[in-house]
Design a protein around this ligand. Structure first.
Ligand code: UD1
Ligand code: UDP
Length: 366
């Protein structure tokens, strides 16, 4: 079986790594990694190949940054050539980025079956580019790998035939189980001068939060107001650009309780989250990682695709409203039983063997 994996952005490298490793154990599976070049900085791409022990992509299309139509279109043009030349049995696309959608559209138009990792996630907010990407990708896919029962139900509601849906669990959980004690991560607290349980982690990069200057200002004001907390803030490149444009970077740099850092590697991030008192984020992946690492999550969004974490009480949605962010953070920090409650929760996202199941299903159906 010849599989072409199409990836391009940070979380896709993490989601794919366990599948690549599983495939490498099987001599019947030939794997090819195509990187679209959506993310290209060392700390947004190569560092994850290194830390997750992945060989370099077979091909890097070098597409880079641009508007949605430009970026997706350029990826499709390049992918059409690459897929035609290689003629794989299946094109595997993880997640919900423009690279995911471009991979799915380019393949289906060439009549090459598409398999989607993380199918069925829905925030029901079509203003998020990711929601558009995941819906369209699901409807292009012949094989849909869902991470939870809720995702399966979302797909069934949209009329996807049941025999195309495979509940396998989350490959991000497979990755996390393997890498939580990753060597390079252990140094991160020390190098940032942090002690366990004495800081919170903040990440923010969704266009709805950072491209709208008023929304970004509200988040930053909340961060500044929470002066009783040490806040570690690995800054995504999109956010860095916006902080500079909005004249907010200088202000944050002067704020003593905020530690601005470049994006950190995967091992470092897992350690930061595991040892934090709380996570503030608008990331999809981090909401689940916080859940698995038993750290409470305050999500800077009005809706989430990972509703399970909210329903179980491990995550709360606060949008970008300054008072809600500050209020919820203070309220949750005051709850003594939070840690024991989080530890008792059952994981709705599989058993850490999603990648094994994915390879089994692909071998069966492709
Ligand atoms: C993309 C995904 C998002 C995912 C995120 C992961 C889409 C629509 N969005 O958002 O779902 O959560 O990746 O981090 O696919 N930039 C750099 N260096 C890089 C990459 C980007 O400086 O290596 C800057 C560029 O100015 C670029 C901006 O970041 O314009 C945004 O990058 P882009 O890949 O378009 O979107 P993300 O916000 O990263
Ligand atoms: N991540 C990381 N370093 C960072 C920020 C995030 O390693 O500085 C990891 C994080 O642990 C998770 C993934 O990147 O595994 C999430 O990616 P991101 O938040 O960029 O995208 P999303 O999940 O929102 O699509």
């Amino acid at each position: 079986m010849r599989v072409m994996l199409v990836i391009g952005a940070r979380p896709q490298i993490i989601k794919s790594a366990p599948v690549v490793h599983e495939a490498s154990k099987d001599s019947d599976v030939e794997f090819q990694i195509v990187h679209t070049g959506q993310h290209y900085d060392f700390e947004m791409s190569k560092i994850f190949f290194n830390e997750l022990d992945l060989s370099s992509p077979t091909t890097n299309l070098g597409v880079g940054s641009g508007s949605h139509a430009w970026q997706t279109g350029k990826m499709m043009i390049e992918l059409e050539k690459t897929i035609s030349k290689s003629d794989p049995d299946v094109v595997l696309v993880p997640g919900d980025t423009n690279s995911t959608l471009a991979g799915a559209l380019a393949s289906i138009k060439l009549h090459v079956p598409v398999a989607h990792i993380e199918a069925g996630a829905r925030s029901y907010n079509m203003r998020m580019p990711e929601e558009i990407n995941r819906r369209l990708t699901d409807h292009c896919s012949e094989v849909l790998f869902a991470v939870s029962e809720n995702c399966v139900q979302n797909l069934l509601k949209e009329g996807i035939p049941e025999d195309q849906i495979h509940l396998v669990g989350d490959t991000m959980y497979d990755a996390l189980l393997k890498h939580t004690s990753g060597v390079s991560g252990r140094r991160v607290l020390e190098s940032l001068g942090l002690s366990a349980n004495e800081y919170v982690v903040l990440t923010v990069h969704r266009p709805e939060n950072v491209d709208d200057v008023e929304s970004l200002k509200r988040v930053i004001k909340a961060v500044i107001e929470l002066e009783e907390l040490t806040i570690v803030f690995p800054v995504h490149p999109r956010t860095l650009k916006r902080l500079k444009e909005g004249d907010l970077l200088k202000r944050l740099k002067k704020t003593k309780h905020v530690k601005l850092v470049d994006p950190v590697g995967y091992h470092g991030m897992l350690q930061l989250v595991k040892n934090a008192r709380m996570v503030f984020t608008d990331s999809g992946g981090l909401q689940k990682e916080a859940f698995w690492l038993r750290t409470f999550c305050v999500t800077l969004r009005e809706r989430t695709e990972w509703v399970e974490t909210v329903e179980l009480g491990a995550n709360v949605l606060v949008g970008s409203d300054r008072d809600r962010i500050v209020g919820k953070a203070r309220e949750c920090l005051a709850i003594n039983s939070l840690e024991s409650m989080l530890k008792a929760l059952k994981n709705p996202f599989g058993g850490g063997d999603a990648s094994v199941k994915i390879i089994e299903v692909l071998k069966e159906v492709c």
